[in-house]
Design a protein around this ligand. Sequence first.
Ligand code: ADP
Ligand code: MG
Length: 243
Amino acid sequence: MSHHCLLFDRVHYRYPDGCEALRGVTLRLTHGEKAALVGANGTGKSTLLLHAAGLLLPTQGEVAVGGVGLTPRTLPSVRQTVGVVFQNPDNQLFMPTVEEDVAFGPANMGLTPDEIEQRVAAALEAVGASHLRKKSPYRLSGGQKRSVAIATVLSMEPAVLVLDEPTSDLDPRARRQTIELLRRFDHTMLVATHDLEMAAELCPRTIILRDGTVAADGPTTELFRDTALLEACALEQPCSMRR
Ligand SMILES: Nc1ncnc2c1ncn2[C@@H]1O[C@H](COP(=O)(O)OP(=O)(O)O)[C@@H](O)[C@H]1O
Ligand SMILES: [Mg+2]
């Protein structure tokens, strides 16, 4: 089986305080698919992404990446297969310079200095941030931080990329650059977002969450035309689809 595929089988997750954030989520993402994960606040998008990245384990049901079921034993390998870009880049950037942040993952993978340098150069190039490599991440603009956060994940060459709200807090230009950047990737990609315009532009497929369950899963244009469905899920139809 391709290692670029992601499977959720009747996944439940209950936080230690008793909040049941996922209540039986089933979905399958195959090689090269780009899917948007949308839903009102608190419907479980971030919780689902944390499972995909192997940062949470289901309380019930199964998550598998590339056919490998997520268990405490398989977590280390799954974490190298799936790259996660957190909602807040400040949670991803913690080294004194951009290049050290981007080198951090490859260095942990035990690559040689030459290989690490190649990874860093390629990842920064891919996000258009080569000129920022000597800068401190703290001195970057919001859009630059987002690009560099994406580079820190790309440098590990993940098979699957999951992103949590990649366009939140970005001005229109930085948002546009981020969308164009993501569009160029041929990764299997799962993007949690409130930005339905971006979802419509970037992701042929959309999964709508409601109360920790999948309310709909299908072609983005079809789902976004269904105003009754969107309303039932507390979502607003993107302007570009209204006539
Ligand atoms: N660390 C946590 N502890 C307890 N409950 C949490 C925690 N994180 C999220 N939740 C709850 O889980 C549900 C889903 O949250 P989340 O996955 O963040 O949703 P979304 O990303 O769609 O806004 C919400 O009810 C939220 O309050
Ligand atoms: Mg969230």
